[in-house]
Design a protein around this ligand. Structure first.
Ligand code: HAM
Length: 420
């Protein structure tokens, strides 16, 4: 027997029964982003690996452990993008987008890749949508971006949301804080896990994110980042909070919020769903004022977020997203002589917005009616030999159950006059 091929670990097919939910979510994203003045950007899935090494940080888990990269035939190191911010910034610099507008409001939807241990809500190929606002250093920009993320999740139908907000301060603040944290943790080093010991050397802030009970206890008395904020850091953070309050967006300040990417400065945030398990982060982001310069562009402030689309769909109540919006007609043709005229009718009905399902298997009337129910059709147009002779159709209203005879030439106008 020939061996069947299957998807590789951590990747999934999106099957027809689910693709509608994806399309609905995509529609909400396009509509909301556009209402706030954001334009879509699409960048390649593969990039030079150096973009992510420099952009996200070589010591992050994403780059050091999880990135898919390989040496290509021309000896360049290529990577599948593990996220899209670095790609968007690369594109912004490459195409001098700042010349087109001092403030670029961009959004994107697409797959990203991380070689993580797959589990519920965590895949190796997953889909993100995100926004990047490049050009404004002001706190109202932070609030706008956070509000847009919040609003999209709400519009998608997720209710049990929690916004966690923090500021990791400017570079100056963070360097001082890192030293303070290292000095605080050093006497405890023997009690730290192997991972945290390693992080102490290359990424000490990540230790704050530990799930280890002993370490959580130690961290309780660790120095706090807010004690290291510059006046500007503090003012910026205070303003962001004021703007969020004025938009009625509830949040909790979480000083232990640690993001897994190195490019952040000042504001960071995550939106979690209390309905999900361990992988509860639906959306994460923050300000990254140094990234554009570090990738070869002008010194430009920016802020953005990305959200995991699989996680959003998991958190959604299926009923909320499965709402049928397009009226559907099922054409039940039981005399092949009528195929031509009914196919023409289908095309015309589609032009005025109906979804029309046309039988191409020439099955029995019973089988076709069963199919019409399966597809939740609102109407069935039934044509057999008698209707063919009389130039009529039987119109069955499947939601009410009644049936009437209509002349074929009047069917189009009949549907045109209906309102939904
Ligand atoms: P991130 O927190 O690494 O941030 O990812 C954002 C979201 O992508 C997560 O909250 C989660 O919902 C989803 N996600 C991440 N990894 C996986 C996975 N393996 N499986 C399923 N979903 C996943 C970023 O990617 C930044 N680029 C966000 C950003 C944009 N910051 C500024 N601008």
């Amino acid at each position: 027997m020939v061996k069947q091929m299957r998807t590789i670990k951590g990747t999934h097919d999106i099957l027809p029964e689910n693709s509608r939910n994806w399309q609905n979510l995509e529609k909400i994203i396009h509509a909301s982003a556009s209402l706030s003045g954001y334009s879509e950007i699409r960048t390649p899935i593969i990039e030079e690996a150096g973009l992510f090494n420099r952009g996200i940080g070589e010591n992050t888990d994403i780059v050091s452990k999880e990135m898919y990269s390989w040496t290509d035939r021309d000896n360049k190191t290529i990577a599948l993008r593990p996220e899209m911010t670095a790609s968007v910034v690369r594109s912004y610099i490459q195409h001098n987008l700042h010349n087109k507008s001092v403030l670029q409001r961009l959004y994107y939807i697409g797959p990203s890749f991380r070689r993580e241990r797959p589990q519920k809500g965590r895949q190796r190929q997953f889909h993100q949508f995100g926004v990047e606002a490049i050009g404004s250093a002001n706190p109202e920009q932070d609030a706008e971006v956070i509000a847009l993320g919040w609003e999209i999740l709400k519009k998608a139908g997720i209710n049990n949301l929690e916004l966690k907000l923090s500021s990791i301060g400017s570079k100056e603040c963070r360097n001082k804080y890192k030293n303070a944290l290292i000095n605080f943790l050093k006497p405890h080093v023997s009690k730290l896990s192997e991972t945290s010991k390693r992080r102490l050397g290359n990424n000490p802030l990540r230790i704050l994110d530990t799930k280890n009970k002993n370490e959580i206890q130690i961290i309780k008395s660790a120095p706090k980042i807010e004690d290291y904020y510059t006046k500007e850091d503090q003012d910026h953070f205070d303003q962001v909070k004021i703007f969020l309050k004025s938009m009625n967006i509830p949040f909790t300040v979480d000083p232990l919020l640690v993001r897994g990417l190195d490019y952040y400065t000042q504001t960071t945030f995550e939106i979690i769903s209390n309905d999900l398990g361990a992988q509860d982060a639906l959306l994460g982001g923050g300000r990254y004022d140094g990234l554009i310069k570090s990738l070869g562009g002008k010194d430009t402030p920016a802020i953005g977020f990305a959200a995991g689309m699989e996680r959003i769909l998991m958190a959604l109540d299926d009923i909320a997203i499965n709402k049928k919006t397009t009226p559907t007609i099922y054409i039940v043709c039981i005399d092949k002589e009528a195929l031509g005229s009914l196919q023409k009718l289908s095309t015309n009905l589609r032009k005025i917005g109906y979804k029309v399902l046309f039988e191409t298997l020439r099955r029995s009337m019973r089988a076709q009616m069963r199919d019409a129910n399966k597809y939740n059709a609102d109407f069935a147009i039934i044509v057999g030999q008698q209707e063919l002779v009389n130039k009529t159709i039987q119109l069955k209203n499947l939601s009410v159950g009644n049936q009437e005879t209509i002349e074929l030439k009047n069917v189009f106008n009949y549907f045109k006059s209906l309102t939904f």
